[in-house]
Write a protein that binds this ligand. Sequence first.
Ligand code: AMP
Length: 280
Amino acid sequence: MIVVKTIKEVREIVKGWRKEGATIGFVPTMGYLHEGHQSLIKAACENDKVVVSIFVNPMQFGPTEDLATYPRDLEHDKEKCSQAGADLIFAPEPSEMYHDNFQSYVDMNLLTQELCGLSRPCHFRGVCTVVAKLFNIVMPDKAYFGQKDAQQLAIIKRMVDDLNMDIEIVGCPIIREEDGLAKSSRNTYLDPQERKAALVLSKAVKLAEKLILGGEKNCETIVSAMKELVNSEPLAKIDYIKIVSLDTIQQIPQITDNCLVALAVYIGKTRLIDNYFYQS
Ligand code: AMP
């Protein structure tokens, strides 16, 4: 496995692979990798070569968010990538990705305006911009994203379609801890008491799943039941719990095919997300 820090090196290596006729799978991440990221890398091994980017993208963090404290450990990440079958890690410095005169952004309407877009107004502009840049650098055949960030996945699919990027986007299932908590690099922020309290997110997701599969169609009823459950945990503070159409990321009154039950909850100071995707 090769580790590089410059765009030039990535391009040279990928060009060489392409000359040999290899297909390229790509997994963009912010590092501090866990089994969730590894599941994407393993899925990407259906290609001949797998590139993983590790970049804590300043552009997708708000001024009061955790950019400075976001966990970073390249040695740990190298181990996780090589275990999962990656061929190349691209781990640039911010100055490599954003030069001093940087002026161009990828923006999107509608899909970015609900859920995480409400509490993190510039987040998806940062995500779309960096992912578009990474796609232009790596030029993969396929790119792999987790269903854990379901709104992000919908946005990336839309961006690729809208901007005619010749890349197949593959969504991969949420990987959870044994007790149900969705794996996240931010779980490391939780102290033991908060870690227990964080289970309320997956419990709320399970409750929504049970209600929907039991035939409940009224979104308000489902959301109220979830809110009651989350509010019963003293360390939890709801950012949002909503049911939206996956196509538009706009709220819907009744359960339909292709809908997303999504929640963001603060456990102490840590903001965690989880979701349940329903397809009849
Ligand atoms: P991040 O490093 O948090 O930006 O995540 C990089 C990619 O890994 C994104 O596509 C995430 O959706 C995905 N990911 C993060 N956590 C999980 C998880 N628990 N299960 C599946 N995919 C995940």
